[in-house]
Design a protein around this ligand. Sequence first.
Ligand code: FES
Length: 313
Amino acid sequence: MTAPRTLRLHRLTWEGPGVLALDLTDPDGGMLPGFAPGAHIDLHLPDGLVRQYSLCGDPAVQGSWRIAVREVGGGRASGFIHRALRPGALLRAAGPRNTFPLLPAPHYLFLAGGIGITPLLPMLRAARDAGATRTLWFCARSTAEAPLLAEARACAGTLCVHAAAEGTRLDVAAALAVPRPDTLLYCCGPAPLMLAVEQATRHWPAGSVRFEWFVPRPQDAAGAAGSFEVACARAGLTCSVPAGRSVLDTLLAAGLDLPFSCTQGVCGSCETRVLEGAVDHRDSILSEAERAANASMMICVSHARGPRLVLDL
Ligand code: FES
């Protein structure tokens, strides 16, 4: 994982009710690392808060990263950003990291719920530049409350705003009942929308529907872990992971220096290669196919299905 760098808040702009966009630059005027559509950064805020925000600006614009933050009632991070930050402030951020890459396809269906438009905006631009067809279904309470709508409109081929307050709420099950040929569906939004899309697309071709979770995906109740053994092949270390403790915490306590950030299975920074043993995946990143492949796991939340795991650590 890249070490956090210092950034200057160059500009703050309102991009919808309760949504602020932050343009971040290098304080010395240098370039920032490039990013691919779907990437996010880890913003390090006072009090040790670390939050992931999707980069929603144009990857072609070098030297500036753009994120957008919706103020959430009671949210410490968004409250700080909305109330305390002013242009010129210095912030720390790590990344970019991409757990939601845009794969090539002739047709795309993008499905955004509110601030979930942020990772999809660079995708819409890239898909437009690649000559792909782009349909965006943008769900919001009202059209006026759909953040970054003008930008979305500028790069979506077909845009439908589904506004619950205007009687145009999206019927997810009906809209997705028939899989679209040669189409990749990218979805980001609140959990009820994501779960509805997940449910409605179970019969779509494997790998054709992709999600970005801002918060941990609700997990199945089954699979609560008992204790198991974890062996770190390169470090030559074996530890017992007690029930209720994460692999990450166990290995950190044993003295390993490991990358991590969210500790909730949403950022991907702790992803670790699995050499032996079956994993009970509890993250919000890996697809069904990736889970079945059992090649890697997020050690902050996932456990063993059996008595032992061997990791490439
Ligand atoms: S620390 Fe973020 S996924 Fe594990």
